[in-house]
Design a protein around this ligand. Sequence first.
Ligand code: HEM
Ligand code: HEM
Length: 420
Amino acid sequence: MQARNTVSSYGAVSKALHWAIAALILTMIPLGLVAVEWPYDTSDALATKALLFSIHKTIGVAIFFLALARIGWMLSQPRPAPLHPERRLETALAEGVHWLLYVSLVAVPLSGWVQHAAAAGFAPIWWPLGQTLPFVPQSAALAAGAGTVHAVFTKLLMAALALHVAGALKHHLVDRDGTLARMLPGRLAASSGTPVPARRHALAPALGALLVYGLVGGTAVTIAGPDAESDARPGVALPATVGATTPASWIVESGELTFTVRQMGSPVTGRFGRFDAEIVFEETPDADGRHGSVTVVIPIASMTLGSVTEQARGPEFFHAEAHPAARFSADILAAEEGDADVPYRAEGTLALAGAEVPVTLPFTLEIVDGVATASGTVTVDRRDFGMGESYPDEATVGFSVEIDVSLEARRGGVAAGEGA
Ligand code: HEM
Ligand code: HEM
């Protein structure tokens, strides 16, 4: 069997790609449906769910690249002519469905991949690429939207596939022609019917398929829209209480509060979309060496952690119902001797999930034209907060949690409404 297509038969490369991708797709659909439905109420169930998703995503990314190779190959090849060119409508329908399948082979994995990259990657892809994607910011709203689009596109793929398989079976069982035979490995070109010379790809079926995709895609994005909006939690801090400002107080204008934990051995980053901060800071310390103080109140409901947000908010971890907010209250002091890179530290107490734990956050600070940019990192141990007691080792959820803070604040004395 030759590698290239002829005007009447598929070559080995087309057949190999067709059946390899068909086998993978037929595995992926049930895998996706099962992974979505899989519970995650116990640590074992969560581990299995993550495993199912990692397999799903890893195979899905492979399909994406195989699909690109397949489409490139298809475009470079002669197309075996239809066996019944006189049945124009049927031929156009079959070709339209082929185009739908080709577009699905790119759009379905890509939308899943965007969901993964935007959600900061619960259940990692096992290829050494693709945990994040260029132009895809980490955003709960985008992840939710891409997840909806992925789910809708997979339904379109299933519908197209059902028509495609039904068509192939109809040719085989009703028409008893060689349509299926010429796609099967090792067979010669179909003999029934009179093949006409190869044509270029017809435009109408391709446009029809694109139209269907556009309509379904548009609907999917519209469905995802309001949902995504309501889930949107810009990573911007609430301004601190303006009424309390003094020249030494600072108003937080924007900020990011994230935390990173190892889940099944891979880092996963969650974020708090909102926090209220009251900051008093002077560059010259008082007699006790204090530069000021900081109090941050963080609503747990604003926390997102990939696809396990609900579980993280639950009783096993943040226990948002019983402890709806976390609070960090600290004095701002100069760094310990010898720590020149990080000139300040906020030394205080983190009250979280019913526990109060001493925490010191070293941070850098730059003040330019009355705008302060600060960032710091501290690592805490989830066990100190009684989190994840049914995960006694680090196999599913690591012990260390790295908290990263960065914010921009403006001196309160010049804040709007404060006048001179
Ligand atoms: C599992 C059951 C499947 C069967 C029985 C089947 C059967 C066939 C047959 C017989 C052809 C040749 C049609 C012709 O010569 O006119 C074909 C072509 C094609 N199949 Fe499938 N297929 C299956 C799965 C899939 C899947 C999962 C996909 C992709 C998602 C797919 C995509 C295509 C495409 C795009 C073509 C057109 C090839 C071209 O001419 O460019 N098929 N299939
Ligand atoms: C051709 C390849 C793929 C197929 C056929 C496929 C199929 C599916 C199906 C059927 C579902 C269940 C949808 C539902 O009813 O809720 C699903 C869910 C999902 N898939 Fe895929 N998938 C593919 C590729 C990918 C890739 C490459 C990724 C990520 C890298 C991915 C990530 C996901 C995620 C995260 C979900 C859950 C969506 C949500 O509920 O938010 N998939 N997939």
